[in-house]
Design a protein around this ligand. Sequence first.
Ligand code: 5GP
Ligand code: MG
Length: 178
Amino acid sequence: MDTIQIKDKLFTVSIKEQDIQKEVIRVANEINRDLAGKNPLFLSVLNGSFMFTADLLKHITIPCEISFVKLASYQGITSTGVIKEVIGLNEDIAGRTVVIVEDIVDTGFTMQRLLETLGTRNPEAIHIASLLVKPDKLKVDLNIEYVAMEIPNDFIVGYGLDYDGFGRNYPDIYTVVD
Ligand code: 5GP
Ligand code: MG
């Protein structure tokens, strides 16, 4: 399927499953190398990162734990407009090496907010693993150590990412046609 329709929009395939998997394995190997002996706690940010998390973790060979959080958005009063609240974090992360597993970093505001929240809980270290980054849209200074792929500014779906709730199920990544 090279083209898919979701609601009012047409999307065309832009990153094939095999290419995604290759980069996911590369990232897993980098983490295996860098975090050996750290017993990292992977913190998967739902919903978008569920597929990336599953594939990544299959290739993590060092002892590790995995947990899941969700970010609830609500209207805030800061200049960024939207503030995200972390829900579902039951683990004690004090003294732990945490690896945030995200689907995509766009402006970076979401990640910045997550780092602030987690930082107050005294982890030993926080690392970021993101399937995708849009470098041209990044508005905050973030050290994203583990990136599977950098992409241009276009809106994408598939491999966990949605358009209005749909499209998360595709193994490939699709870019909107405008
Ligand atoms: P940020 O706070 O970095 O601007 O936004 C990050 C969030 O925006 C991601 O977690 C994701 O939910 C959403 N997002 C940003 N770009 C895209 C995109 O191209 N496609 C989809 N489906 N979601 C996106
Ligand atoms: Mg996300």
